[in-house]
Design a protein around this ligand. Structure first.
Ligand code: NZQ
Ligand code: ZN
Length: 387
């Protein structure tokens, strides 16, 4: 096991009806609030009215930024930064899925920076200060509600990039499973795939002697696999929604990578796809992850054997390690297909015309990944395997 520092200062407020905690969670000296949300789902569900009632009861001045896109755009983030400056905003409240939360984080950082907020994604500047943010999560997927990461897209240059800072951890996140009852089936599927992928990125590691981290990762995977199917059968199954939500949060709140070297290559490879094609992140991951697995499993086959046995219950009797590992990878693909996720680029209308450019961008700083370091040629090979 490697040395590590675990840091997480987000207050997680979990459970049905917890939106009523909002007025206490926002500090009393906060008056000017930027409310950030997406394309209207919170108005349809009634959450918008509930939030506004809470904010009115503390006499907050609420400025709204609606219309955050899935795969949030830099141009919209810049609108939010402008609003913060014009209205002397003291707090950014994100109500929505990962895209809304990520946009809120970028706005919070950009509002107190005199340069271009994109600078934080290209290592031209480091976040030195940020407005405080809080979140009300409506979709189980990214884990953005309890970490300091944000992913935004520059639609003009077709680039999707990440920024991160301890300063971007939400002060609080309200996570109520009933708020996810209305998530459409395709977004529920994308969320399931994203959560599993986050675990894969941290579980498939070359770091040895990590039974606690492995066990934690395996239990999250088994929980998501089981409850994913339940929630697709009954979208209003409280406990299934709750278990998926908590899995999503724990998968990305910094616990899993303690003491292990995480990989993250597949996320880099996927971000290049959604940057160009505006594909939902979960769809890209469902297509790519089993192909990444096939590309790398021989680097440490015993980890893939462990995965097959512990997560998919593959019977190892009379089988070689290779057979067991490949059965585990196939079980992953079969599960994604069973829940309705795509398995190839052609299924979502993507051809090979941008593969060269995407592979070039994915490896712009050199090789990626830690389980197996991947060159541009490796990335290209994974794109072609996914065609
Ligand atoms: O815009 P609205 O109307 O709110 O609709 C959204 C959106 O269309 C809808 N939705 C959300 N909650 C709903 C709902 N519809 C009905 N009822 C509800 N309760 O779902 C659609 C997708 O929302 P989005 O926020 O885009 O989904 P997700 O949470 O999967 O976020 C995806 C983004 O997060 C990034 C992805 O790359 C992508 O840009 N990621 C962020 C990470 C992080 N910050 O740590 C890590 C991830 O790996 C990921 O890269
Ligand atoms: Zn992800």
């Amino acid at each position: 096991m490697n040395g590590f520092e675990l840091y997480n200062k987000t207050r997680l407020v979990f459970g049905e009806g917890k939106v009523s905690r909002l007025k206490e969670l926002i500090l009393p000296n906060i008056k000017n609030i930027l409310l950030v949300y997406g394309n209207g789902s919170i108005k349809v569900t009634g959450l918008y009215d509930q939030v506004m009632n809470e904010l009115t009861s503390i006499n907050a001045n609420v400025v709204e930024l609606a219309g955050i896109e899935p795969n949030p755009r830099l141009s919209t983030v810049n609108k939010g930064i402008q609003l913060c400056r014009e209205h002397d905003i003291q707090f950014v409240l994100a109500v929505g899925g990962g895209s809304v939360i990520d946009a809120a984080k970028a706005i919070a950082a950009g509002a107190l920076y005199s340069g271009d907020v994109w600078d934080f994604t290209i290592q031209k500047a480091v976040i030195q200060e940020a407005l405080p943010i809080g979140t009300i999560l409506t979709l189980a997927a990214t884990g953005s509600e309890m970490n300091g990461g944000s992913v935004i897209s520059n639609w003009d240059t077709k680039q999707k990039r990440t920024m991160g800072s301890k300063l971007l951890y939400p002060k609080f996140s309200i996570v109520d499973p009933t708020l996810t009852y209305t998530v459409p089936e395709n977004q529920t599927i994308n969320g399931i795939v994203d959560i599993m992928s986050h675990v894969f990125e941290q579980y498939f590691s070359q770091t040895m002697h990590t039974p606690i981290q492995d066990g934690f990762a395996e239990v999250i995977l088994r929980t998501v696999i089981k409850n994913g199917e339940k929630v697709l059968q009954n979208p209003r199954d409280y406990n299934a929604r709750a278990n998926i939500l908590l899995s999503g949060t724990y998968a990305m709140n910094g616990t899993l990578p303690t003491g292990v070297e995480a990989d993250w290559a597949t996320h880099v490879i996927e971000h290049e796809v959604s940057a160009i094609y505006d594909l939902p992140h979960g769809e890209g991951l469902a297509i790519l992850f089993p192909n990444w697995m096939k590309h790398v499993y021989l680097e440490r086959i015993e980890k893939f054997v462990q995965y097959a046995v512990q997560v998919w219950n593959i019977d190892p009797e009379n089988k070689t390690d290779e057979m067991i590992a490949l059965e585990g990878i196939q079980a992953t693909r079969d599960y994604f297909t069973r829940i309705g996720a795509p398995s190839s680029f052609s299924e979502v209308g993507i051809d090979d015309s941008n593969f060269e450019r995407m592979a070039e961008e994915a490896t712009r700083f050199g090789t990626i990944g830690k389980f197996k370091t991947l060159s541009k040629e490796d990335v290209l090979s994974i794109y072609y395997k996914s065609l």
